[in-house]
Design a binder for this molecule. Structure first.
Ligand code: HEM
Ligand SMILES: *[C@@H]1O[C@H](CO)[C@@H](O)[C@H](O)[C@H]1NC(C)=O
Ligand SMILES: *[C@@H]1O[C@H](CO)[C@@H](O)[C@H](O)[C@H]1NC(C)=O
Ligand SMILES: *[C@@H]1O[C@H](CO)[C@@H](O)[C@H](O)[C@H]1NC(C)=O
Ligand SMILES: *[C@@H]1O[C@H](CO)[C@@H](O)[C@H](O)[C@H]1NC(C)=O
Ligand SMILES: *[C@@H]1O[C@H](CO)[C@@H](O)[C@H](O)[C@H]1NC(C)=O
Ligand SMILES: *[C@@H]1O[C@H](CO)[C@@H](O)[C@H](O)[C@H]1NC(C)=O
Length: 373
């Protein structure tokens, strides 16, 4: 049997196996046939239920101390998940199952359960390993030893253009080389905008201004800028997350101070004595951010300042299309013709993703790219 170039790359070093948390998305039929038998199939379990008590409480507690990174620990573009890993709500190495993520975002930040399920399975389907049920919250663990890391697999939430996308507040566009580490220049702008529009705090007014600024910057500097669904939605959602999740639950003013902001964004660290928000929450305020400077989904057409509206992308008036395109185009594009346990695993994860959307109550019909099962 001929061995595919990708597997050959791993076998060449002998010490390396295909990482159990690396995504299988986009691999050829042959690569899949080589790799899947080396992995242990973990059928996706039923997602964890809601919290029984959603009140504000101390979450930077004795059982969840912040600890610095050890060599090999993975962090990525999401300050929320990074923080949960650095406090032990998620495995500190940065490799987690979807259920662990759904539990951690509820317990640590009071994220509303169906939103947590929807976002987590969206990310897992495109960036996780659906056979082993593991997802990296960043890239690959840096490998130590004599063998160089295999460059072919980025994997995890760092993967550009399927979930992670352009015009983040504190991470640069992938085009500039690093889409996942804290960027001090961009954070300076976050502080500057908070000073100019929020009296030194990040609030919904700042969120609207900074979101617009980051989009305008990408249009003016990134010839490859892309701002279509799902990034079109996640960009606006992530603009309100610092207000909804990083403000101490004993306050009710929705104003985030800069010491707290830098602690989460840069250090993946909850302030001492931090209380999670009071009551479960999600994307409250997103409409205010969008309405401050409405824009249609689009992209730069290969050069700067060439923003072109993309009428095929979902927008705020066509929410079901976000779901349909993500499943029928993005996921189907990454897995055109899955067979056996891969097809089974994808179908189960797609069911859970639809459940997170709200199931039939969402008003969106389920789509079945791999047949009804
Ligand atoms: C439920 C599972 C979650 C997943 C899978 C997830 C994933 C991600 C990803 C991939 C990004 C990068 C997007 C980009 O900028 O290109 C991101 C950004 C972000 N996430 Fe999460 N996230 C989750 C939950 C949370 C929670 C609970 C919080 C807050 C506590 C949070 C806060 C943020 C913020 C503020 C950003 C924007 C960073 C920036 O623009 O600089 N996320 N998330
Ligand atoms: C930080 O972001 C700026 C603006 O996008 C970019 O020009 C710069 O290269 C980034 N710095 C690093 C270290 O990635
Ligand atoms: C350029 O844009 C395309 C389409 O969004 C994307 O697939 C690719 O990863 C992007 N490359 C960079 C470096 O941003
Ligand atoms: C944000 O802060 C500024 C300055 O204090 C204030 O004028 C503005 O009303 C605040 N916006 C919100 C939504 O709290
Ligand atoms: C949380 O909100 C409830 C009312 O919804 C209130 O009674 C309670 O005091 C609040 N808790 C804190 C810590 O602010
Ligand atoms: C916020 O808390 C203050 C007291 O700390 C209280 O007077 C006020 O009514 C609360 N506002 C809301 C919207 O809950
Ligand atoms: C999604 O794809 C499936 C199979 O590929 C097809 O039957 C279905 O009509 C598509 N749904 C939509 C809404 O495009």
């Amino acid at each position: 049997m001929k061995i595919s170039p990708l597997l050959a790359l791993f076998l060449a070093s002998r010490t390396l196996a295909f990482p159990s948390y690396a995504s299988l998305a986009g691999l050829s039929q042959r690569e899949l046939e080589d790799i899947i038998p080396t992995l242990q199939y973990q059928p996706p379990p039923t997602p964890p239920g809601p919290l029984s008590d959603t009140s504000a409480k101390l979450v930077n507690d004795k059982a969840h101390p912040w600890k610095p990174l050890r060599p090999g620990d993975i962090r990525g573009p999401c300050p929320g998940l990074n923080t949960l890993a650095s406090h032990g709500y998620l495995p500190r190495n940065g490799i987690a199952t979807p259920s662990q993520i759904i539990t951690a975002v509820q317990e640590g930040f009071n994220m509303e359960r169906s939103l947590a399920i929807f976002v987590t399975y969206a990310a897992h389907l495109v960036d996780g390993n659906v056979i082993t049920n593991e997802l990296s919250i960043g890239g690959k663990s840096p490998l130590t030893g004599p063998d160089p890391p295999a460059p072919a697999i980025v994997g995890g939430l760092n993967t550009h253009a399927v979930f992670e996308g352009d015009s983040s507040m504190t991470r640069a566009d992938a085009f500039f080389g690093n889409n996942h580490d804290f960027n001090a220049t961009l954070f300076k702008q976050f502080v500057d905008y908070s000073n100019r529009f929020g009296g030194g705090k990040y609030n919904l007014t700042v969120a609207g201004e900074l979101r617009h600024q980051r989009i305008q910057e990408s249009i003016a500097t990134n010839p490859n800028f892309s701002f279509v669904s799902p990034r079109f939605f996640t960009a606006f959602a992530e603009s309100v997350f610092p207000i909804n999740f990083f403000v101490d639950g004993r306050r009710n003013d929705s104003q985030l101070d800069m010491a707290t902001a830098v602690s989460f964004f840069r250090d993946s660290r909850m302030p001492d004595d931090f209380f999670r928000g009071n009551g479960s929450r999600g994307g409250e305020g997103i409409n205010d951010v969008f309405k401050a400077y409405p824009i249609q989904p689009g992209y730069n057409a290969g050069k700067i300042n060439s923003y072109t509206v993309d009428l095929t992308s979902a927008d705020f008036s066509s929410f079901c299309l976000l779901y349909i395109n993500f499943v029928n185009q993005t996921i189907k594009g990454l897995y055109p013709n899955p067979k056996g346990i891969l097809q089974q695993a994808l179908n189960k994860n797609l069911d859970l993703f639809y459940e997170g959307l709200g199931g039939v109550n969402s008003g969106c019909s389920q789509v079945f790219p791999y047949g009804q099962h």
